[in-house]
Design a protein around this ligand. Structure first.
Ligand SMILES: C[S@@+](CC[C@H](N)C(=O)[O-])C[C@H]1O[C@@H](n2cnc3c(N)ncnc32)[C@H](O)[C@@H]1O
Length: 255
């Protein structure tokens, strides 16, 4: 079957996460519910819950090798650049930037997140003192950066947090401020497989904040067709990689 090719006329504002031609079942596997990480509340209990999700992401990234896998994807993309300037968006805990600084002797990292408490926690740690790192707050949908200021921008496990119009804005902004934008995110499985994944997670969701956010993330993950439509709407070229069981990777660049 021919893969769906979006056009500039595709209306992304109402696009399902499964893409413009998502099946009826796939369209049901969506939610507008917020993850704990998305809640703006400053109540101590809510902040503590958010921090627990961020710590769990860091732990799973370290334990299952995602920090290293994501760092390798980024370094492969800047292999030809002598002293790459890299912007990490939605850094959360900063482990990807830390790995990039460890592995590349001259890379410069700007480590950012939209959440002030995450930025404060990263700035208070080793990255805040690293001579090749700058830690600051930045919203991925409205980058405070010059055109072409960075060789590469990376947004890991964060893209699904944004509704389609904001997600397209991230692609437009990322490819404006950097030569290449690397989006690494959860894959969206075909609907029957997706239901199995959700069924395995759901019993734990009320008990474990990380699983609660994982279920919502899964329901909000974009399919390859949706990523193509978002890139088209942002006027960017995109190359998609990844599979059913590994994170999907989109490399976007200016046309
Ligand atoms: C699931 S965490 C991912 C953290 C880390 N990148 C990782 O791979 O584990 C999602 C992160 O995206 C951030 N985020 C959400 N919306 C954002 C936006 N508009 N701009 C920048 N970061 C955003 C959240 O604050 C959170 O830290």
């Amino acid at each position: 079957m021919m893969d769906y090719m979006p056009t500039a006329q595709t209306d992304i504002s109402t696009m399902p996460r499964g893409g413009p031609r998502a099946s009826c079942l796939d369209r049901l596997l969506e939610t507008d519910r917020q993850e704990y990480l998305d809640r703006a509340s400053e109540r101590p209990a809510d902040v503590a819950r958010k921090r627990s999700v961020i710590r769990a992401l860091d732990w799973t990234g370290e334990t299952f090798g995602n920090h290293e896998r994501f760092a390798q994807i980024v370094l492969d993309e800047v292999a030809e650049v002598p002293d790459p300037k890299i912007l990490e968006l939605g850094a959360g805990h900063g482990a990807l930037s830390r790995k990039l600084l460890d592995w590349h002797p001259t890379a410069r990292l700007t480590v950012t997140d939209v959440a002030p408490e995450s930025v404060a926690a990263i700035a208070a740690g080793d990255l805040g003192r690293h001579r090749r790192a700058t830690v600051r707050r930045m919203d991925a949908t409205a980058l405070d950066a010059e055109d072409g200021e960075f060789d590469l921008a990376v947004f890991a496990l964060s893209f699904h947090h944004l509704p389609p119009q904001d997600a397209a804005r991230v692609i437009a902004e990322g490819t404006r401020a950097a030569d290449r934008l690397v989006i690494i995110d959860l894959p969206r499985p075909p609907a029957p497989l997706h239901m199995l994944r959700l069924a395995a997670m759901l019993p734990w969701a009320p008990l474990v904040p990380f699983v609660h956010d994982g279920v919502i993330s899964s329901l909000r993950a974009y399919s390859p067709a949706a990523l193509r439509a978002l890139a088209e709407s942002a006027g960017a070229a995109v190359e998609l990689r990844g599979g059913l069981f590994s994170p999907q990777v989109a490399i976007a660049s200016r046309r």
